[in-house]
Design a protein around this ligand. Structure first.
Ligand code: FE2
Length: 270
């Protein structure tokens, strides 16, 4: 396993997950946050949407520090799917066969080499706190950790992380697509959400996190040209369910979600 040490970061830090080949979203993030001192990406630069190469270019020219997501690991190795381990016949399984093949055909050897070189995890210090960045979880790059995951599971992941990298104050993760923050004993766990797909709450805006110079955590919604990103997906023949999700704010694939995060519960919550 490759663990990067990004040292001490000063100033404001923007943390974002899953650009998902959504160039319009990452361009909007760049415009909105170009004053930040640092950008950190929790992986899955290339996934569901229509512009893998354009998205990679923006992330790289932004100077973002990136860890590998399961998508980068799978694309770099020439695998046949995204590596989420979806059950056969589920909505995610059927949709992933389409977009993963499109993404894999779109990227070149140089992009694959860049992905292969990304670290699995990274550590850094900021505002007197020590952070670790993982994609899904310590036990599996493609593990879905939700805000509703039980504390014992968080503690197990934190124990494994600290055995590997020593004591940390904060864990940053991605992969699941819905941002949250949670206090687990003395540790803080932040999932910054993703910028490439809205967080299944009926709004098209995606989400990201800012760490202020003093270390305060704030979640932000990202307005971007979602209709243009959706139109580009349709023109490329990508799955309609994900194209529609960009503008409706609802995922087509609830079978990956715990019951409390499904649409019926979201609507009941108002
Ligand atoms: Fe992922």
């Amino acid at each position: 396993m490759k663990i990067a040490d990004w040292g001490r970061l000063n100033g404001e830090v923007v943390v974002f997950g899953g650009p998902y080949s959504n160039r319009q979203a990452v361009e909007a993030l760049r415009a909105r946050t170009c004053d930040a001192a640092h950008h950190i990406c929790t992986g899955d630069v290339v996934a569901y949407c229509a512009d893998p190469c354009g998205t990679l270019d923006v992330v790289r020219t932004l100077g973002a520090r990136v860890i590998a997501g399961n998508c980068e690991r799978q694309l770099a190795s020439g695998a046949a799917d995204c590596g989420c381990g979806f059950e056969d016949g589920t909505a995610c399984d059927l949709l992933s066969a389409n977009w993963f093949g499109y993404a894999s055909a779109a990227i070149d050897a140089q992009a694959r080499a860049w992905m292969a070189d990304l670290p699995d995890w990274a550590v850094f210090t900021h505002a007197a706190r020590r952070y670790v960045v993982v994609h899904g979880a310590a036990t599996d790059v493609a593990r879905f950790i939700w805000g509703s995951t039980v504390d014992a599971e968080f503690k197990n992941e934190i124990n494994i992380i600290e055995e590997e990298v020593g004591p940390v104050d904060v864990v940053i993760s991605g992969h699941s697509g819905i941002g949250f923050e949670k206090q687990v004993g003395s540790h803080h766990w932040i999932n910054a959400g993703v910028i490439g797909m809205p967080p299944h709450d009926g709004r098209a805006q995606t989400e990201y996190v800012r760490l202020s110079e003093q270390g305060a955590v704030s979640f932000h919604r990202l307005d971007y040209d979602a209709p243009a990103a959706a139109a580009q997906m349709r023109a490329a023949g990508l799955p309609e369910g994900y194209a529609q999700a960009l503008t409706s704010g609802w995922w087509p694939s609830e079978d990956v979600l715990p019951a409390a995060l499904r649409r019926t519960h979201s609507l009941a919550r108002g």
